[in-house]
Design a protein around this ligand. Sequence first.
Ligand code: EPU
Length: 417
Amino acid sequence: MDRIRVVGGRPLEGTVRISGAKNASLPALCATLLTDDPVVLSNVPEVRDIRTMGRVLGALGASCEFRVGGTVDARAARIDAVEAPYDLVKTMRASVLVLGPLLAREGRARVSLPGGCAIGARPINLHLQALARMGATIEIEHGYVEAKAKRLVGAEVQFETVTVTGTENVMMAACLADGETVIRNAACEPEIEDLAALLVKMGAAVAGAGTPTVRVVGRERLGGARHAVIPDRIETGTFVAACAIAGGEIEIQRCAPAHLRAVVDKFRETGVRIEEGPDNLRVRAPRTIRSCDVRTLPHPGFPTDMQAQYMALMTQAAGAATITETIFENRYMHVAELQRMGADIRVEGRTAVVRGPTPLSGARLMATDLRASACLVLAALAAAGETIVDRVYHLDRGYYRIDEKLRGLGADVERLT
Ligand code: EPU
Protein backbone atom coordinates (compact mmCIF):
# COMPACT_ATOMS: atom_id res chain seq x y z
CA MET A 1 0.00 0.00 0.00
CA ASP A 2 1.39 3.44 -0.92
CA ARG A 3 2.56 5.84 1.76
CA ILE A 4 3.57 9.49 1.58
CA ARG A 5 6.77 10.74 3.14
CA VAL A 6 7.03 14.41 4.01
CA VAL A 7 9.99 16.23 5.49
CA GLY A 8 8.74 19.49 6.95
CA GLY A 9 10.25 22.94 7.05
CA ARG A 10 10.40 24.04 3.41
CA PRO A 11 8.42 27.12 2.36
CA LEU A 12 6.40 26.79 -0.83
CA GLU A 13 7.07 28.74 -4.00
CA GLY A 14 5.80 28.59 -7.56
CA THR A 15 2.55 27.78 -9.31
CA VAL A 16 0.08 24.94 -9.07
CA ARG A 17 -2.83 24.06 -11.36
CA ILE A 18 -6.13 22.96 -9.93
CA SER A 19 -7.93 19.91 -11.31
CA GLY A 20 -11.63 19.58 -12.04
CA ALA A 21 -14.00 19.14 -9.10
CA LYS A 22 -14.51 15.57 -7.93
CA ASN A 23 -17.86 16.42 -6.34
CA ALA A 24 -19.12 18.03 -9.55
CA SER A 25 -17.82 15.23 -11.79
CA LEU A 26 -19.54 12.45 -9.82
CA PRO A 27 -23.11 13.73 -10.34
CA ALA A 28 -22.24 14.76 -13.91
CA LEU A 29 -21.26 11.17 -14.70
CA CYS A 30 -24.55 9.95 -13.22
CA ALA A 31 -26.50 12.51 -15.26
CA THR A 32 -25.23 10.79 -18.40
CA LEU A 33 -27.61 7.94 -17.50
CA LEU A 34 -30.55 10.23 -18.29
CA THR A 35 -30.03 9.99 -22.05
CA ASP A 36 -29.13 7.37 -24.64
CA ASP A 37 -27.05 9.98 -26.49
CA PRO A 38 -23.31 10.47 -25.90
CA VAL A 39 -22.19 12.99 -23.28
CA VAL A 40 -18.63 14.31 -23.27
CA LEU A 41 -17.29 15.69 -20.01
CA SER A 42 -13.97 17.49 -19.75
CA ASN A 43 -11.85 18.70 -16.82
CA VAL A 44 -12.77 15.52 -14.95
CA PRO A 45 -10.07 14.80 -12.34
CA GLU A 46 -8.28 11.46 -12.73
CA VAL A 47 -8.89 10.39 -9.14
CA ARG A 48 -10.00 7.08 -7.68
CA ASP A 49 -13.62 8.02 -6.95
CA ILE A 50 -14.11 8.94 -10.60
CA ARG A 51 -12.78 5.54 -11.70
CA THR A 52 -15.10 3.91 -9.20
CA MET A 53 -18.04 5.81 -10.67
CA GLY A 54 -16.91 4.57 -14.10
CA ARG A 55 -17.24 1.02 -12.74
CA VAL A 56 -20.69 1.77 -11.30
CA LEU A 57 -21.86 3.03 -14.71
CA GLY A 58 -20.22 0.03 -16.38
CA ALA A 59 -22.17 -2.32 -14.10
CA LEU A 60 -25.37 -0.69 -15.38
CA GLY A 61 -24.40 -1.27 -19.01
CA ALA A 62 -23.22 2.27 -19.79
CA SER A 63 -19.86 2.90 -21.42
CA CYS A 64 -17.43 5.34 -19.94
CA GLU A 65 -14.13 5.99 -21.68
CA PHE A 66 -11.47 7.98 -19.89
CA ARG A 67 -9.15 9.85 -22.24
CA VAL A 68 -5.81 11.26 -21.11
CA GLY A 69 -6.19 14.84 -19.89
CA GLY A 70 -9.50 14.44 -18.10
CA THR A 71 -12.04 13.96 -20.89
CA VAL A 72 -14.66 11.27 -20.44
CA ASP A 73 -16.86 9.92 -23.24
CA ALA A 74 -19.92 8.51 -21.57
CA ARG A 75 -22.87 6.84 -23.19
CA ALA A 76 -25.76 4.93 -21.74
CA ALA A 77 -27.18 3.78 -25.09
CA ARG A 78 -29.17 1.26 -23.06
CA ILE A 79 -29.34 0.25 -19.44
CA ASP A 80 -28.76 -3.48 -18.89
CA ALA A 81 -29.06 -3.57 -15.11
CA VAL A 82 -30.55 -1.24 -12.53
CA GLU A 83 -28.44 -2.25 -9.56
CA ALA A 84 -25.62 -0.41 -7.78
CA PRO A 85 -24.12 -3.32 -5.84
CA TYR A 86 -22.88 -3.26 -2.25
CA ASP A 87 -19.24 -3.78 -3.22
CA LEU A 88 -19.16 -0.53 -5.17
CA VAL A 89 -21.39 1.55 -2.90
CA LYS A 90 -19.38 0.60 0.18
CA THR A 91 -16.18 1.89 -1.44
CA MET A 92 -17.87 5.11 -2.53
CA ARG A 93 -21.15 6.34 -1.12
CA ALA A 94 -21.63 8.84 -3.96
CA SER A 95 -22.74 5.76 -5.95
CA VAL A 96 -26.23 6.52 -4.55
CA LEU A 97 -26.34 9.29 -7.18
CA VAL A 98 -27.44 6.68 -9.73
CA LEU A 99 -30.74 6.27 -7.87
CA GLY A 100 -32.50 9.36 -9.26
CA PRO A 101 -31.42 8.91 -12.90
CA LEU A 102 -32.16 5.15 -12.97
CA LEU A 103 -35.58 5.59 -11.44
CA ALA A 104 -36.41 8.39 -13.87
CA ARG A 105 -35.27 6.58 -16.99
CA GLU A 106 -35.97 2.92 -16.22
CA GLY A 107 -38.70 3.20 -13.59
CA ARG A 108 -36.66 1.00 -11.31
CA ALA A 109 -33.48 1.11 -9.25
CA ARG A 110 -31.83 -1.18 -6.72
CA VAL A 111 -29.08 0.54 -4.78
CA SER A 112 -27.23 -0.76 -1.77
CA LEU A 113 -27.71 1.38 1.34
CA PRO A 114 -24.32 2.96 1.95
CA GLY A 115 -24.18 2.62 5.75
CA GLY A 116 -22.07 4.84 8.00
CA CYS A 117 -18.58 6.01 7.17
CA ALA A 118 -15.55 7.52 8.88
CA ILE A 119 -17.17 10.97 9.25
CA GLY A 120 -20.70 10.14 10.38
CA ALA A 121 -23.84 8.03 9.96
CA ARG A 122 -24.75 9.77 6.70
CA PRO A 123 -28.21 8.32 6.06
CA ILE A 124 -30.00 8.82 2.72
CA ASN A 125 -33.50 9.03 4.21
CA LEU A 126 -34.04 12.50 2.72
CA HIS A 127 -33.24 11.28 -0.81
CA LEU A 128 -35.77 8.48 -0.35
CA GLN A 129 -38.50 10.67 1.14
CA ALA A 130 -38.18 13.10 -1.74
CA LEU A 131 -38.39 10.38 -4.39
CA ALA A 132 -41.40 8.92 -2.58
CA ARG A 133 -43.08 12.33 -2.84
CA MET A 134 -42.48 12.09 -6.57
CA GLY A 135 -44.48 8.88 -6.65
CA ALA A 136 -41.81 6.22 -6.16
CA THR A 137 -42.48 3.23 -3.97
CA ILE A 138 -39.47 2.58 -1.82
CA GLU A 139 -38.69 -0.59 0.05
CA ILE A 140 -35.61 -1.55 1.97
CA GLU A 141 -34.71 -5.20 1.71
CA HIS A 142 -31.52 -7.08 2.48
CA GLY A 143 -29.61 -3.80 2.84
CA TYR A 144 -30.79 -2.54 -0.55
CA VAL A 145 -33.13 0.27 -1.52
CA GLU A 146 -35.66 -1.01 -4.04
CA ALA A 147 -37.31 1.93 -5.76
CA LYS A 148 -40.02 1.73 -8.41
CA ALA A 149 -42.20 4.20 -10.29
CA LYS A 150 -44.00 3.84 -13.61
CA ARG A 151 -43.27 7.48 -14.24
CA LEU A 152 -42.16 9.92 -11.59
CA VAL A 153 -44.41 12.93 -11.13
CA GLY A 154 -43.29 16.45 -10.28
CA ALA A 155 -43.78 17.39 -6.64
CA GLU A 156 -42.98 19.94 -3.93
CA VAL A 157 -39.96 18.66 -2.10
CA GLN A 158 -38.95 20.41 1.10
CA PHE A 159 -35.65 19.14 2.49
CA GLU A 160 -35.56 19.39 6.29
CA THR A 161 -31.73 19.45 6.18
CA VAL A 162 -29.63 20.80 3.36
CA THR A 163 -28.26 17.82 1.46
CA VAL A 164 -25.91 18.11 -1.50
CA THR A 165 -26.28 14.68 -3.11
CA GLY A 166 -29.96 14.60 -2.06
CA THR A 167 -30.58 17.79 -4.04
CA GLU A 168 -28.64 16.34 -6.98
CA ASN A 169 -30.56 13.05 -6.97
CA VAL A 170 -33.92 14.83 -6.98
CA MET A 171 -32.85 17.34 -9.66
CA MET A 172 -31.81 14.50 -11.96
CA ALA A 173 -34.94 12.46 -11.27
CA ALA A 174 -37.15 15.50 -11.88
CA CYS A 175 -35.69 16.06 -15.36
CA LEU A 176 -37.67 13.11 -16.76
CA ALA A 177 -40.67 13.35 -14.40
CA ASP A 178 -44.15 14.36 -15.43
CA GLY A 179 -44.63 18.06 -14.57
CA GLU A 180 -42.81 20.49 -12.32
CA THR A 181 -40.74 19.69 -9.25
CA VAL A 182 -39.92 22.44 -6.77
CA ILE A 183 -37.05 21.70 -4.40
CA ARG A 184 -37.03 23.92 -1.31
CA ASN A 185 -34.11 24.24 1.12
CA ALA A 186 -31.99 22.95 -1.75
CA ALA A 187 -28.22 22.87 -1.37
CA CYS A 188 -26.58 25.93 -2.97
CA GLU A 189 -23.10 24.49 -3.56
CA PRO A 190 -21.35 25.41 -6.84
CA GLU A 191 -21.48 21.70 -7.71
CA ILE A 192 -25.30 21.97 -7.83
CA GLU A 193 -25.05 24.88 -10.28
CA ASP A 194 -22.60 22.92 -12.39
CA LEU A 195 -24.93 19.91 -12.53
CA ALA A 196 -27.80 22.21 -13.54
CA ALA A 197 -25.63 23.71 -16.29
CA LEU A 198 -24.99 20.23 -17.69
CA LEU A 199 -28.66 19.19 -17.42
CA VAL A 200 -29.74 22.35 -19.27
CA LYS A 201 -27.24 21.57 -22.05
CA MET A 202 -28.87 18.12 -22.22
CA GLY A 203 -32.23 19.80 -22.80
CA ALA A 204 -33.61 19.88 -19.25
CA ALA A 205 -35.56 22.80 -17.82
CA VAL A 206 -33.84 23.64 -14.53
CA ALA A 207 -34.02 27.07 -12.88
CA GLY A 208 -32.78 28.49 -9.60
CA ALA A 209 -29.78 26.20 -9.06
CA GLY A 210 -27.40 27.87 -6.61
CA THR A 211 -30.36 29.28 -4.64
CA PRO A 212 -32.46 27.48 -1.99
CA THR A 213 -35.34 26.99 -4.46
CA VAL A 214 -34.71 24.91 -7.56
CA ARG A 215 -37.44 24.34 -10.14
CA VAL A 216 -37.32 21.55 -12.68
CA VAL A 217 -39.89 20.95 -15.40
CA GLY A 218 -39.76 17.36 -16.60
CA ARG A 219 -39.14 16.53 -20.27
CA GLU A 220 -39.94 13.44 -22.35
CA ARG A 221 -36.28 12.89 -23.12
CA LEU A 222 -32.85 14.49 -22.73
CA GLY A 223 -30.07 14.49 -25.33
CA GLY A 224 -26.30 14.53 -25.52
CA ALA A 225 -24.05 17.41 -24.50
CA ARG A 226 -20.47 18.56 -23.97
CA HIS A 227 -19.56 20.06 -20.63
CA ALA A 228 -16.41 21.22 -18.84
CA VAL A 229 -16.55 20.57 -15.10
CA ILE A 230 -15.78 23.46 -12.69
CA PRO A 231 -12.43 23.59 -10.85
CA ASP A 232 -12.19 21.83 -7.50
CA ARG A 233 -12.76 24.43 -4.78
CA ILE A 234 -11.64 22.10 -1.99
CA GLU A 235 -8.37 21.27 -3.73
CA THR A 236 -7.91 25.03 -4.17
CA GLY A 237 -8.55 25.67 -0.48
CA THR A 238 -6.19 22.86 0.45
CA PHE A 239 -3.35 24.59 -1.45
CA VAL A 240 -4.19 27.92 0.22
CA ALA A 241 -3.84 26.12 3.56
CA ALA A 242 -0.62 24.40 2.43
CA CYS A 243 1.01 27.73 1.63
CA ALA A 244 -0.27 29.28 4.86
CA ILE A 245 1.14 26.49 7.02
CA ALA A 246 4.42 25.86 5.17
CA GLY A 247 5.18 29.53 4.55
CA GLY A 248 6.14 31.09 1.22
CA GLU A 249 4.20 32.48 -1.71
CA ILE A 250 2.39 30.59 -4.44
CA GLU A 251 0.06 31.14 -7.35
CA ILE A 252 -2.93 28.83 -7.69
CA GLN A 253 -4.04 28.67 -11.31
CA ARG A 254 -7.20 27.49 -13.07
CA CYS A 255 -9.36 27.83 -9.98
CA ALA A 256 -12.68 29.62 -9.38
CA PRO A 257 -12.17 32.21 -6.61
CA ALA A 258 -15.91 33.04 -6.70
CA HIS A 259 -16.63 29.55 -5.30
CA LEU A 260 -14.35 30.10 -2.30
CA ARG A 261 -15.65 33.30 -0.73
CA ALA A 262 -15.93 32.00 2.86
CA VAL A 263 -12.60 30.17 2.64
CA VAL A 264 -10.71 33.17 1.27
CA ASP A 265 -12.29 35.47 3.89
CA LYS A 266 -11.38 33.11 6.74
CA PHE A 267 -7.76 32.65 5.64
CA ARG A 268 -7.42 36.42 5.21
CA GLU A 269 -8.68 36.85 8.77
CA THR A 270 -5.82 34.61 9.96
CA GLY A 271 -3.36 36.95 8.24
CA VAL A 272 -2.81 35.10 4.95
CA ARG A 273 -2.49 37.55 2.04
CA ILE A 274 -4.64 36.49 -0.87
CA GLU A 275 -4.95 38.36 -4.17
CA GLU A 276 -7.73 37.24 -6.47
CA GLY A 277 -7.67 37.12 -10.24
CA PRO A 278 -10.51 35.89 -12.44
CA ASP A 279 -9.27 32.29 -12.34
CA ASN A 280 -6.25 32.41 -10.08
CA LEU A 281 -5.20 33.22 -6.53
CA ARG A 282 -1.87 34.57 -5.29
CA VAL A 283 -1.27 33.44 -1.73
CA ARG A 284 1.38 34.77 0.66
CA ALA A 285 1.88 33.28 4.11
CA PRO A 286 2.13 35.66 7.06
CA ARG A 287 4.98 35.66 9.61
CA THR A 288 2.53 34.90 12.38
CA ILE A 289 -0.83 33.28 11.94
CA ARG A 290 -3.78 34.60 13.95
CA SER A 291 -6.17 32.19 15.68
CA CYS A 292 -9.71 32.57 14.34
CA ASP A 293 -12.83 30.63 15.19
CA VAL A 294 -14.72 28.89 12.43
CA ARG A 295 -18.04 27.10 12.04
CA THR A 296 -18.72 24.80 9.12
CA LEU A 297 -21.98 25.45 7.27
CA PRO A 298 -23.65 24.59 3.98
CA HIS A 299 -22.57 26.81 1.06
CA PRO A 300 -21.99 29.77 1.04
CA GLY A 301 -20.65 29.10 4.56
CA PHE A 302 -17.26 27.64 5.40
CA PRO A 303 -17.18 24.10 3.93
CA THR A 304 -16.90 21.04 6.14
CA ASP A 305 -14.52 19.65 3.50
CA MET A 306 -11.98 22.35 4.57
CA GLN A 307 -12.37 21.90 8.33
CA ALA A 308 -9.52 19.41 8.82
CA GLN A 309 -7.06 21.42 6.71
CA TYR A 310 -7.99 24.59 8.61
CA MET A 311 -7.41 22.80 11.90
CA ALA A 312 -3.88 21.88 10.80
CA LEU A 313 -3.21 25.60 10.27
CA MET A 314 -4.69 26.57 13.65
CA THR A 315 -2.11 24.36 15.42
CA GLN A 316 0.43 26.96 14.19
CA ALA A 317 -1.64 30.05 15.08
CA ALA A 318 -1.11 32.23 18.12
CA GLY A 319 -3.92 31.74 20.66
CA ALA A 320 -6.99 29.54 20.92
CA ALA A 321 -9.34 28.85 18.02
CA THR A 322 -12.73 27.21 18.36
CA ILE A 323 -13.77 25.04 15.44
CA THR A 324 -17.40 23.92 15.27
CA GLU A 325 -18.41 21.15 12.88
CA THR A 326 -22.14 21.47 12.20
CA ILE A 327 -22.47 19.18 9.16
CA PHE A 328 -21.10 15.80 10.23
CA GLU A 329 -21.17 14.43 13.77
CA ASN A 330 -17.86 12.59 13.70
CA ARG A 331 -15.50 14.56 11.52
CA TYR A 332 -12.62 14.89 13.97
CA MET A 333 -10.76 11.66 13.22
CA HIS A 334 -7.65 13.69 12.35
CA VAL A 335 -7.45 15.15 15.87
CA ALA A 336 -5.82 12.11 17.51
CA GLU A 337 -3.16 12.04 14.79
CA LEU A 338 -2.46 15.79 15.12
CA GLN A 339 -2.12 15.28 18.87
CA ARG A 340 0.48 12.58 18.21
CA MET A 341 2.47 15.24 16.36
CA GLY A 342 2.29 17.54 19.39
CA ALA A 343 -0.85 19.61 18.74
CA ASP A 344 -2.93 20.89 21.66
CA ILE A 345 -6.55 20.16 20.74
CA ARG A 346 -9.56 19.42 22.94
CA VAL A 347 -12.75 18.08 21.45
CA GLU A 348 -16.10 18.31 23.15
CA GLY A 349 -19.02 17.14 21.07
CA ARG A 350 -18.99 19.07 17.83
CA THR A 351 -16.48 21.66 19.03
CA ALA A 352 -12.70 21.50 18.96
CA VAL A 353 -10.50 24.04 20.71
CA VAL A 354 -7.04 24.31 19.18
CA ARG A 355 -4.34 26.13 21.13
CA GLY A 356 -1.26 27.25 19.30
CA PRO A 357 1.32 27.66 18.23
CA THR A 358 2.69 24.25 19.15
CA PRO A 359 5.79 22.86 17.50
CA LEU A 360 4.84 19.73 15.56
CA SER A 361 7.18 16.79 15.16
CA GLY A 362 7.06 14.30 12.31
CA ALA A 363 5.56 10.90 13.06
CA ARG A 364 4.02 7.84 11.42
CA LEU A 365 0.38 8.66 10.86
CA MET A 366 -2.67 6.93 9.60
CA ALA A 367 -5.29 8.63 7.47
CA THR A 368 -8.95 7.79 8.00
CA ASP A 369 -10.73 9.72 5.27
CA LEU A 370 -10.01 11.99 2.36
CA ARG A 371 -9.88 15.43 4.01
CA ALA A 372 -8.31 14.08 7.22
CA SER A 373 -5.47 12.73 5.06
CA ALA A 374 -4.97 16.15 3.48
CA CYS A 375 -4.85 17.69 6.95
CA LEU A 376 -2.07 15.31 8.00
CA VAL A 377 0.01 16.07 4.92
CA LEU A 378 -0.37 19.81 5.64
CA ALA A 379 0.62 19.38 9.28
CA ALA A 380 3.66 17.40 8.12
CA LEU A 381 4.78 20.39 6.00
CA ALA A 382 5.13 22.38 9.22
CA ALA A 383 6.55 19.56 11.37
CA ALA A 384 10.16 18.99 12.32
CA GLY A 385 11.63 15.93 10.66
CA GLU A 386 9.99 13.14 8.73
CA THR A 387 6.33 12.18 8.62
CA ILE A 388 4.98 9.06 6.96
CA VAL A 389 1.27 9.11 6.13
CA ASP A 390 -0.18 5.63 5.67
CA ARG A 391 -3.32 4.67 3.75
CA VAL A 392 -2.74 7.12 0.95
CA TYR A 393 -5.61 5.57 -0.99
CA HIS A 394 -7.87 7.95 0.92
CA LEU A 395 -5.99 10.92 -0.60
CA ASP A 396 -6.02 9.34 -4.03
CA ARG A 397 -9.81 9.16 -3.91
CA GLY A 398 -10.10 12.92 -4.27
CA TYR A 399 -6.77 14.65 -4.92
CA TYR A 400 -5.04 14.31 -8.27
CA ARG A 401 -1.33 13.72 -7.61
CA ILE A 402 -1.17 15.91 -4.53
CA ASP A 403 2.36 14.66 -3.81
CA GLU A 404 3.60 15.77 -7.24
CA LYS A 405 1.80 19.10 -7.01
CA LEU A 406 3.35 19.85 -3.60
CA ARG A 407 6.78 18.76 -4.83
CA GLY A 408 6.35 21.16 -7.74
CA LEU A 409 5.99 23.92 -5.14
CA GLY A 410 9.25 22.93 -3.48
CA ALA A 411 7.94 20.74 -0.66
CA ASP A 412 9.94 17.68 0.30
CA VAL A 413 7.22 15.11 -0.40
CA GLU A 414 7.51 11.70 -1.98
CA ARG A 415 5.30 8.70 -2.52
CA LEU A 416 6.66 5.40 -1.28
CA THR A 417 5.21 2.49 -3.22
N1 EPU B 1 -28.27 13.85 5.79
C1 EPU B 1 -29.32 13.16 6.35
N2 EPU B 1 -30.14 12.45 5.52
C2 EPU B 1 -29.98 12.43 4.17
C3 EPU B 1 -28.90 13.16 3.60
C4 EPU B 1 -28.07 13.86 4.44
O1 EPU B 1 -29.49 13.15 7.56
O2 EPU B 1 -30.75 11.78 3.47
C5 EPU B 1 -27.36 14.61 6.67
C6 EPU B 1 -25.94 14.04 6.64
O3 EPU B 1 -25.78 12.94 7.52
C7 EPU B 1 -25.11 15.23 7.02
C8 EPU B 1 -25.87 16.39 6.38
O4 EPU B 1 -27.19 15.91 6.14
O5 EPU B 1 -25.11 15.38 8.42
C9 EPU B 1 -25.30 16.90 5.07
O6 EPU B 1 -24.96 15.82 4.23
P1 EPU B 1 -25.04 15.89 2.63
O7 EPU B 1 -26.13 15.01 2.17
O8 EPU B 1 -25.05 17.30 2.19
O9 EPU B 1 -23.64 15.24 2.24
P2 EPU B 1 -23.36 14.37 0.95
O10 EPU B 1 -24.22 14.85 -0.15
O11 EPU B 1 -23.41 12.93 1.31
C10 EPU B 1 -21.52 15.89 -0.10
C11 EPU B 1 -20.09 15.74 -0.51
C12 EPU B 1 -19.21 15.61 0.73
C13 EPU B 1 -19.40 16.88 1.57
C14 EPU B 1 -20.89 17.06 1.91
C15 EPU B 1 -21.19 18.35 2.66
C16 EPU B 1 -20.26 14.64 -2.65
C17 EPU B 1 -20.07 13.42 -3.47
N3 EPU B 1 -19.96 14.56 -1.36
O12 EPU B 1 -21.86 14.72 0.64
O13 EPU B 1 -17.86 15.54 0.29
O14 EPU B 1 -18.67 16.78 2.76
O15 EPU B 1 -21.66 17.07 0.70
O16 EPU B 1 -20.76 19.44 1.93
O17 EPU B 1 -20.65 15.68 -3.17
C18 EPU B 1 -15.57 14.97 0.43
O18 EPU B 1 -15.43 15.35 -0.74
O19 EPU B 1 -14.57 14.71 1.17
C19 EPU B 1 -16.91 14.81 0.98
C20 EPU B 1 -17.17 14.08 2.07
